[in-house]
Design a binder for this molecule. Sequence first.
Ligand code: ATR
Length: 311
Amino acid sequence: MDDLSQKPIGAATRFCAVYGQPIRHSGSPAMHNAALAKLGLDWRYLAFEVSPDALGQAIEGARAMHFVGLNLTVPHKLFAVELVDALDESATTWGAVNTISFEAKNDSGDWTPLGQLPVPATGEIRAKGHNTDADAITLALQQDLGLSLAGQRVLLLGAGGAGRVAALKLAAEGVAELHLVNRTVAKAEQLAGEIAERFPQTKATVGYPENVTDKVDLVLNATSLGLKTDDALPLDESQFSLANAAAVFDMIYQPALTPLLAKAAEAGCRTTNGLGMLLWQGAKALEIWTGQPAPIDVMRTALESHIYGDE
Ligand code: ATR
């Protein structure tokens, strides 16, 4: 990895940060600080444990101190929609904010990210909310599994926060069939209804594909099953056989090999875990703040070594 010593932190160093609760496990500082060093920026990326009732104050503090931007993780992504001054189209479309860029007006009077303006910023500063999670799902599927989604058949496991964004994004990308499976069936039904309204070209149904022999192009796990070693599979194998799936994506990245991914690999599916999604949402955020292409390889290496160590 590149030498992170770059320049010592000084009075001209600029900051960005991630807020979450809990936050101590986060790989984002390792990933972003490696990228900032690679780009030669005198910036640092920090992590703060922030409770939901202090989120508004924490955002205000970052604005007052001219932070370049913020990432928000569990449990802040929905609350933040109400706390920012402006929403990018991505945040409006997906109803959640995982990235804030602080902006001021440039010489022409256009709102511009602070990271792309000379310092010190003058005049009013606004907090603009973005969502880079949804794009990260499709980027990870393209980059790690070689999937392009238009016209594909997908079995999606989970209809919580992550499952909902995944389902809507897949529908927006023109998936032909979405089979929605969730422990709480009512949530899958509600999601199918939302897709029928917003993306009618996608046929969203609740439950496994009708025939056990029906094939799908992708199984996507957006449940939390697999995080713990004694978790059940998120998939009912009496209703669907992994032999009928071409590819399997598990949003979980720790452990790297969930029982679902192990079974899928045995069944001959192409597989990938959620690390790529974490990487791409971070890369997109960095690009919003800096206006420069993110150094993906450096970020991936830093993330892998932070999360998996040197094994
Ligand atoms: P996230 O924001 O990560 O999606 P979430 O909204 O709490 O978190 O969603 C967790 C998902 O995992 C849901 O689909 C949840 O199913 P329910 O909607 O029925 O709660 C699923 N999940 C969690 N524990 C589960 C379990 N023991 N068995 C089956 N599904 C489970």
